[in-house]
Ligand binder design. Structure first.
Ligand SMILES: Cc1cc2nc3c(=O)[nH]c(=O)nc-3n(C[C@H](O)[C@H](O)[C@H](O)COP(=O)(O)OP(=O)(O)OC[C@H]3O[C@@H](n4cnc5c(N)ncnc54)[C@H](O)[C@@H]3O)c2cc1C
Length: 388
């Protein structure tokens, strides 16, 4: 017979966003259940792997401002869990000097007084060895940026959640949601009830939302995560003080190419394309398109002469993207006790602690700490009406 249990809050999905939301709810004394379909830890969603970039360099002020608090919350978790989760490396932003993306990023950093170093073409190679600056490209360094130790962060936040009395049930795929004043959530082995539900199911968001009559325009992309071998070991090493980087669009690519100094595999640098091909999250290994790898290969050949332009390791991950690449942080339009965190569009990890706080505030009925209008679900409906 199915196990039946009552909680105050249920969170579906133990990726970075669900784990931080559950932790925030437990911190506020809510009896909270975190449900995960796979046995933890797993590599089948979007939050696995050892590293992610953390930065304040954004085109939009609201992200840069939100990152201010997110950094503080990451540091708080480091203290609570007694682990190191962040390493400051700085992040190099490269892009056509006259492009909107480069100019807006530069302006936003300066307006928000983020410590930034602007590099001229003359002093570029002295500060950033082994990288060819494209003629016409500007270069700046967001010095606050660095690397987050992703797997370790997930372990830490889930551990803190459990210390606060939170319950994690992994290997339990949610198969049904019944909305109402009390929400009922069914898995293969249990039936759980709570006053409020937070849905942070990453690429599976729409599968779950279907039980509640809602569909959000989300696209799931498979990302090839590529690691490239250094010709001379240590050239792009974090201990050699090489920074993370983002190359805004270039002649090789429409989307960003980004990279992190070698970390998870000695002598291999992670460099990826910030998009991929559409996929089904349950069958992503069937999707074998590698055109993104060709894009990165061309870029590396031209700009990173110290890397062998053939990936030595290829792993995979998924982005869940919205049409405008902004997140979804909102209440369900028909059921205010169901809160949705989704569409993190390949840049949500660094916001995890703050997203957790905001989803917790929404689910508690509190006034959110930030203006969440860029993240509302109605923006999609408004668009579809105007395009009729
Ligand atoms: C290659 C790559 C590089 C990235 N780099 C960066 C970076 O440098 N900086 C940055 O800030 N961000 C980065 N991101 C983005 C960031 O990792 C994601 O935005 C973030 O991990 C999304 O987390 P999530 O919790 O929303 O989704 P997920 O991690 O996918 O979590 C959702 C969870 O819900 C579970 N679930 C789904 N359906 C059910 C169900 N029916 N029942 C129970 N559980 C269910 C899933 O199994 C999964 O564990 C990157 C992403 C990728 C893929």
């Amino acid at each position: 017979m199915a196990e039946e249990q009552q909680y105050e809050s249920i969170v579906i999905g133990a990726g970075v966003q669900g784990s931080f939301t559950a932790y925030q709810l437990a911190k506020r004394g809510r009896k909270t259940l975190l449900l995960e379909q796979f046995v933890l830890p797993h590599t089948r969603g979007s939050s696995h792997g050892q590293t992610r970039i953390i930065r304040k360099a954004y085109e939009d002020d609201f992200y840069t401002r939100m990152m201010e608090e997110s950094y503080q919350l990451w540091a708080q978790l480091e203290r609570e869990a007694g682990v190191r989760l962040y390493r400051q490396t700085g992040m190099l932003v490269l892009g056509p000097r006259d492009s909107q993306a480069y100019q807006r990023t530069k302006d936003t950093l300066q307006r928000n007084q983020v410590p930034t170093v602007i590099l001229t073409p003359e002093d570029f190679s002295q500060h950033i060895p082994h990288v060819n600056l494209t003629p016409g490209d500007g270069a700046l360094v967001d010095t606050t940026a660095g690397v987050l130790y992703a797997d370790r962060a997930l372990r830490a936040v889930q551990g803190q959640f459990q210390k606060l009395g939170g319950v994690i049930k992994d290997g339990q795929k949610v198969t049904d949601i019944e909305s109402g004043a009390t929400v009922t959530v069914c898995t293969c082995t249990g039936v759980y009830r709570a006053q409020s539900l937070v849905l942070t199911a990453g690429p599976w968001t729409n599968t779950l939302l279907a039980h509640t009559g809602l569909h959000i325009p989300l696209q799931v992309l498979r990302i090839n995560v590529c690691y490239w071998k250094e010709k001379v070991p240590g050239s792009y090493d974090v201990s050699g003080r090489f920074p993370c980087f983002i190359q805004l669009s270039s002649k090789d690519s429409v989307e960003h190419v980004y990279g992190l100094p070698s970390n998870e595999y000695p002598g291999l640098m992670k460099v990826c394309y910030h998009t991929g091909s559409e996929t089904d999250p349950d069958n992503r290994d069937r999707q074998t398109d590698r055109s993104d790898i060709d894009t990165v290969r061309r870029y590396i050949t031209r700009c990173f002469p110290g890397l062998i332009p053939e990936p030595a390791v290829v792993e995979s991950c998924m982005y869940t993207v919205t049409p405008d690449r902004h997140f979804v942080l909102d209440r369900h339009p028909d059921h205010s006790n169901i809160v949705i965190g989704a569409g993190f569009s390949g840049h949500g990890f660094k916001f995890g602690p703050l997203v957790g706080k905001l989803l917790c505030e929404l689910s508690q009925g509190d006034l959110p700490s930030y203006d969440l209008s860029p993240f509302r679900i109605t923006r999609f409906q408004a668009k579809s009406k105007s395009s009729l």
